[in-house]
Write a protein that binds this ligand. Structure first.
Ligand SMILES: O=P(O)(O)OC[C@H]1O[C@H](OP(=O)(O)OP(=O)(O)O)[C@H](O)[C@@H]1O
Ligand SMILES: O=C(O)c1cc(=O)[nH]c(=O)[nH]1
Length: 225
């Protein structure tokens, strides 16, 4: 497993951002695990997470999976601190990248509108979000960026849950669907497959491994779908 993958999963477990139990997802599915990026709730935790994103992007760029981008966009809400922390990480690595994000409810006074930060017009935008399940949040972000005159260079997320959008019809995940439909690279720091490897190797997570496997058997995507 790539260093940034296992480092991210360990950080997420330590921050209790990765939890096991019974959780209702935005899609309505009941999941035995949940990734809550909001638990990266201190400067040190966010800096560690941002380092994992930056390393995953660098690995994808080296592999030729992702091209040039010149703005980071974080979809509300959890994408906002993630894109901001990643911009700070890039600054630490010597690159000053513009950053922008949206409001879920447009503001009617002051500067108004629903976009905050650097203008998107004419920019090659990298979307920075936490997790992809059914792809609803990512599709919304694609629409926002298009409307604002930006072009999307790719999407980076912390965790690809690798779930089939509609398992009764196909085993294609939301990440695969977005990649095919929009021709965009989707880079994940880690995926359900990585979590399964970790859970399979860890005596602490032995009890979770079976439940994760059962969930994947029911909803999991297939790499060649
Ligand atoms: O792929 P999807 O099925 O859309 O699910 C994943 C999205 O769901 C959550 O966002 P949510 O809209 O709950 O908002 P939040 O960032 O405000 O928590 C999460 O932060 C992802 O963005
Ligand atoms: O599908 C979701 O709604 C979802 C899954 C997950 O692991 N984390 C999250 O914030 N949302």
């Amino acid at each position: 497993m790539h260093d940034h993958r296992s480092r991210f999963l360990q950080l997420a477990l330590r921050a209790q951002a990765l939890r096991f139990g019974e959780f209702t997802l935005k899609s309505g599915r009941t999941s035995p695990y949940f990734f809550n990026a909001g638990r990266f709730d201190s400067g040190v935790a966010l800096a560690g997470l941002a380092g994992c994103y930056a390393d995953a992007i660098e690995a994808a760029a080296t592999a030729g999976v992702i091209g040039e981008f010149d703005l980071l966009f974080g979809p509300a809400y959890k994408g906002i601190p993630l894109a901001t922390a990643l911009a700070c990480e890039y600054a630490r690595r010597g690159r000053d990248l513009p950053v922008a994000f949206n409001r879920k409810e447009a503001k009617a006074h002051g500067e108004g509108g629903s976009l905050i930060g650097a203008p998107l017009d004419g920019r090659r935008v990298l979307i920075v979000d936490d997790v992809i399940t059914a792809g609803t949040a990512i599709r919304e972000a694609l629409g926002i960026i298009d409307q604002a005159g930006g072009s999307v260079a790719g999407i980076v997320i912390a965790l690809d849950r690798q779930e089939a959008v509609d398992p009764s019809r196909s085993r294609r995940s939301a990440a695969q669907t977005v990649a095919i439909e929009y021709g965009l690279p989707v880079v994940a720091v880690a995926s359900l497959a990585d979590l399964l490897v970790l859970a399979g190797d860890s005596s602490d997570l032995a009890g979770q491994h079976e439940r994760l496997l059962a969930y994947r058997a029911e909803y999991g995507s297939s790499p060649d779908a």
